[in-house]
Design a protein around this ligand. Structure first.
Ligand SMILES: [Zn+2]
Length: 303
């Protein structure tokens, strides 16, 4: 099948006026040619990939060698995988602690982009009712083996299902039908429910330093590049308010390390950028963080 692209209007405000933000490459392409354009809406400043692959031709970009977000605890692992899995386990407890601030007693949780279900399995041990959504069939099967109910799309979930917590860990930058998905997510949130969204932050310290080599640009898999302002603008369309934001330290380390490899940065400049990323994020403001975790709630009187 030939690769096909489509040109879109700004998904946040609908404007067709955009300026080039930067040109970059697919990190899995051997030639590393800057063939993708990331643009910025001239009206609302939202940053997104345009043109972008059509939904039908997007699959091929996930089927590249080396792209494997689904390392499962059940498979045979190399030492590096083992290290990664240990970190991920630590990350699960960090995420759990963050969400506890909003809901400390067991309830209903939906994890969109649940991969092999590790996060939901973690919640199950605290007696939560867990549901997942995963597009990848192989990952979905592994999640189901953990006795988790998993759908292949949010649109398959009955409208009457309501959740106390809905999470999207590094998912909202991939979703092709962004507005339709948010509409559906809002419908599934309880009145007092919380929506937790972790996405890369294009205004982060490491993004600004590494430019087109910043790993979280990840073109053409990442379709949108959010900032604190633009994600709020997007959700305000659905009468949802940002109630908190914070960071994930492991993502800062991970993104810095992989960006260093792409940019072929030598050791000392790398350490300097890493130190600066951590310092600015933790001492000055989370707005410098490589990844931001946003917590949204519905406005009162908006079901
Ligand atoms: Zn716009």
């Amino acid at each position: 099948m030939t690769e096909s692209f489509e040109i879109i209007n700004c998904p946040v405000c609908g404007s067709e006026k955009q300026d080039l933000y930067l040109k970059t490459f697919d990190r899995f392409d051997r030639d590393r040619k800057d063939k993708f354009e990331i643009v910025q809406c001239s009206n609302c400043q939202f940053i997104f990939l345009n043109p972008r692959p059509t939904l039908e031709s997007l699959d091929r970009h996930y089927a590249v060698e080396g792209y494997d977000p689904f390392i499962s605890a059940d498979e045979k692992q190399s030492l590096r995988d083992k290290f990664y899995l240990a970190l991920r386990k630590f990350n699960l407890s960090v995420k759990h602690r963050k969400i506890k601030k909003f809901k400390s007693t067991p309830g209903k949780i939906l994890d969109i982009g649940c991969a092999t279900g590790e996060f939901l399995a973690y919640y199950k041990q605290y007696y939560w009712q867990c549901t997942g959504v995963e597009v990848d069939a192989g990952a979905r099967d592994l999640a189901r083996e953990k006795n988790i109910k998993v759908f292949s799309s949010v649109h398959e979930i009955p409208d009457q299902e309501k959740f106390d917590v809905i999470t999207l860990w590094h998912v909202l930058e991939h979703v092709h039908d962004l507005n339709k998905s948010i509409e559906k997510i809002k419908k599934m949130m309880n009145k007092d429910g919380v929506l937790v969204i972790a996405v890369p932050n294009i205004l982060s310290c490491d993004s600004q330093k590494y430019g087109k080599n910043w790993v979280a640009l990840d073109t053409p898999r990442h379709l949108y590049h959010y900032t604190v302002e633009t994600i709020q603008r997007l959700f305000s369309k659905y009468h949802m308010n940002l109630v908190r934001k914070d960071t994930l330290m492991l993502d800062i380390l991970y993104n810095n390390l992989l960006s260093k490899q792409l940019a072929k940065t030598s050791f000392f400049p790398f350490i300097r950028i890493l130190f600066l990323s951590l310092f600015k994020t933790y001492i000055l403001s989370s707005k410098y963080s490589s990844t931001l975790v946003y917590y949204f709630k519905k406005e009162e009187n908006h079901e």
